[in-house]
Design a protein around this ligand. Sequence first.
Ligand SMILES: [Zn+2]
Length: 324
Amino acid sequence: MLYDDNLKGFIRMKRVLVSAVLFCILINAGCSKNQPEDSRIVTHSHKEKGDIVMKQNLLCLMLAYPENIIGVECDENGWVYVAMKSGKRILYDDKRTKTYDEKMETPDLQDMMEQGYPLYDIDNLLDKGNDPGRVRVYAMLKEVYGESRKQIEANLVTVRFGYKNCRFNSSNKAAESLKKAGVELTELINKHKSVSAFIYPVGGTYSYRLISGTNRLSAHSFGTAVDLSVSKYDYWKWASREQGQKRLDSYPKEIVRVFENNGFIWGGKWGHFDIMHYEYRPELIFKSRYFAGKPLSDECWFKGIETEDADIKNYIQLIDKALK
Ligand SMILES: [Zn+2]
């Protein structure tokens, strides 16, 4: 009897499960009819997807470096360049297939923009190799912040950051953005005293130096990065991933949000973590803000961005004209 009841129960449960699965399939079929964007993604060729993403990346670069980038060019062989005010042109995509190390050593703009920066709180360290912003195109940084040490230093200004004076690059609103972040952090400390220990003493801003173990200049060399209060567990070369994870767990996310709202990315969101480090990289913040998680649309590649703004409209027209 007991066995029969169990069997009947089992059959009933199976029917319910089958009905539920069928219901889900029908619902999904209905949804996909109502979401033409999703089905369009599937029909995009690899090249078309690349073209849409390229236009989005170029727009974010133009928004991020408005005083330096004056246009986009495509030559007769299909090579796309960003045209700088100085007359220089920076190649967008060298079309080479590269390893992670090759992207770090010889990146193009496409490599620099490739990994999406997560503009949301993270609970876990990113995987090693997922380092949005760690790839830098030095030709662009030099154009914007100074070609040489002498030129960079001529662009430095002293910024009041909380109770400390810091040297930061005045070009492209970098220093202005650090100052604004400093004011917002003071307001944060007034509300939550405990965050102060994560900010002060400030580890440093401008320092003309190579990244440890490489022959590449650090972002600190351009006066566009700040290290906050340093812990021995902040850096992937000093600490294990477990130690880095513990530091991440204890880290006030409000500090990160203040910097991100002012155009900075956080080294705590790199698989090669650098938790003390904030770097002014507005192009990556724009890309996440406007395009992250949005379906690619072949009707409108800039879907997701505010188009009433005259500057943005102008950039969109420039890009469309150059890449038609
Ligand atoms: Zn740093």
